[in-house]
Write a new protein. Sequence first.
Length: 100
Amino acid sequence: MDVSLAAWVVIAVALALANLPFLTENVFGLIPLKGAKPLWVRLAELLVLYFVVGALARLLEGRIGNVFGQEKEFYMLTVPLFVTLAFPGFVIRYLRKRHH
């Protein structure tokens, strides 16, 4: 897998997983809950999925070449980026008017 394809795969997976907590009532899309999923569960799920995407990116980076170390600046950029990718799901879940 070349560098460009690996980057697009990570971006596509990050977009899908960032929106997953807001688009389903199941935890991680698999575990059903009784009643509505509270916001804190969605945020915890978002945090776990951030690290899942990070692990995938690190795996793909390792298959391509050398894995670079991440300092605090890396996380200061990628956490807000992941939250920004989750914005469409958040809008659909909480900000869109529902017509009953």
